[in-house]
Design a binder for this molecule. Structure first.
Ligand SMILES: [Zn+2]
Length: 467
């Protein structure tokens, strides 16, 4: 028998932590940070299990809501291996260092304004906490590099399939010999046909139990090309009226995909050659990491940009901005131009400054290209707030807000269902990483189509037994 306790990323999308226990061994799937909600600081200070009782961690990918709490886990006594793909290992280092910087700023702000309890005014982790986490990483190749199982111990074996979500993302398949159960954890599952990345790979072995994400469990994306065409039209119109285009984007994944698409649109003369700024030091570093891992790019990336000097992530009217002064100078620069900047949910980072300066001008446009979790500034703008508070100031929202869900790095409900249907031997599915109505709708859809499966939607803290 196997039991799973869902400690986060259950009944919501952030804070993924799923603890699998088999034969006395405890395997933690992801150790992510809660984001967006008003009580995140308190929640991220508490680990719901004793770190020293965890035997190992299997990490699906490098987004902070899946890996951020590794810093706390290791600091408080976890000493086991953390299994990752090679690309994830390289990317996580940058992500954690970036998070340390945000945490330091946050703590300082709280100290200055005396917000929260005294211990909440101290940073939860500092730069010195990153290296010990990195030392515990153990690289496991993707199945396309090695078809062999990776032996964790006498009872447990692991395989990583490509999840097609961001560079390095993996679907983890775990085989437990003693209980004769093979299970999979999708992590975040990408869409078919995304640039640079391979499409999500389906495990070839029989898998009886899957923990499956459900971010867009009640949504059907329109075709990707349709969204890209709409984006091109809005860009042309905005250029014609001299407006500015602000694109909040995750530094990891979304930014590189946008650059890839924009490069193609410029080459195909679908959009004018206006200046594009990637204003994120982290995205700039991560774009370098993408360049190190060209083996992890799909076929299309090579055929779209066949010449070695025609790099998919660079072109003449695109500039990577790193310095703060250049970032600030964009506030005074007349349009048209585009700024791609983090964070993707508009909750922190340089994009917040760009929004503050540009939201109230109806000539401007905000492209929303990724999931906006409950409680974030992005969610409020998306839901049509007439004004929003930024750095203590009320800012009127008059800019055009364009939602492009189709560009999401997450599979929609039909793609998720199709993925599960291709898994042989499947009996039981637990839906995680979805707000209640997304996971709930998806559960009903799956249960209707497949009454032979047991589909559950565990709440946070719930324990599930699988036999
Ligand atoms: Zn993710």
């Amino acid at each position: 028998m196997l039991t799973v306790t869902f400690y986060g990323g259950a009944g919501g999308v952030t804070g993924s932590k799923h603890l699998v226990e088999v034969n006395g061994k405890r395997t933690l799937l992801d150790c992510g940070t809660f984001q967006g909600l008003s009580d995140v600081r308190e929640r991220n200070r508490v680990l719901p299990f004793r770190p020293e009782t965890i035997d190992r961690v299997v990490l699906s990918h490098a987004h902070i809501d899946h890996c951020g709490m590794l810093l706390v886990l290791v600091k408080r006594g976890f000493a086991g291996p953390i299994f990752v793909t090679a690309a994830t290992k390289e990317v996580v280092n940058y992500m954690l260092l970036d998070m340390v910087g945000i945490e330091a700023g946050d703590a300082e702000f709280r100290r200055k304004h005396k917000i929260g309890a005294p211990d909440e005014r101290e940073p939860l982790f500092v730069e010195e906490d990153v290296a010990p986490v990195m030392e515990q990483f153990v690289e496991v190749p993707y199945v396309r590099e090695s078809k062999e199982w990776y032996k964790i111990d006498d009872d447990t074996e692991l395989k990583f399939y490509d999840a097609g979500h961001i560079l390095g993302s993996a679907v983890s398949v775990l085989r437990f010999k003693s209980s004769d159960i093979t299970m999979a954890y999708t992590g975040d599952l990408g869409q078919v046909g995304m640039p640079l990345l391979f499409d999500p790979e389906v495990p070839t072995e029989e898998v009886q139990f899957v923990i499956c994400e459900s971010t867009y469990g009640s949504r059907k994306h329109q075709p990707l090309q349709q969204a890209l065409d709409r984006m091109a039209d809005v860009m042309k119109q905005t250029c014609a009226r001299g407006g500015k285009m602000i694109v909040p984007a995750f530094s990891l994944g979304r930014t590189q995909e946008l650059v890839y698409w924009l490069h193609k649109m410029v080459d195909d003369k679908q959009i004018p050659r206006f200046p594009i700024y990637v204003d994120s030091p982290l995205a700039t570093d991560l774009t370098e990491v993408y360049r190190h891992h060209r083996d992890d790019y799909d076929e299309e990336s090579w055929t779209d940009f066949p010449r070695a000097d025609d790099r998919p992530l660079a072109f003449s009217n695109l500039r990577y901005v790193t310095s703060r002064s250049e970032s600030m100078s964009l506030n005074k620069k007349p349009g048209p131009f585009m700024v791609i900047s983090a964070s993707g949910m508009m909750s922190a980072g340089r994009v917040v400054h760009h929004l503050k300066h540009n939201l109230s001008d109806p000539n401007n446009v905000i492209f929303v290209t990724g999931y906006q979790a409950e409680g974030t500034l992005g969610r409020r703008i998306l839901e049509g707030a007439k004004s929003v508070e930024i750095f203590g100031e009320q800012i009127r929202v008059k800019a055009q807000v364009e939602l492009l869900n189709e560009l999401s790095a997450h599979a929609d409900r039909d793609q998720l269902q199709h993925y599960l249907e291709r898994i042989k031997g499947l009996k039981q599915v637990a839906l995680v990483h979805g707000e209640p109505h997304q996971a709930g709708d998806f559960r009903r859809q799956l249960q209707q189509a497949h009454p032979e499966w047991t589909v559950t939607r565990p709440e946070e803290g719930e324990v599930l037994e699988v036999s």
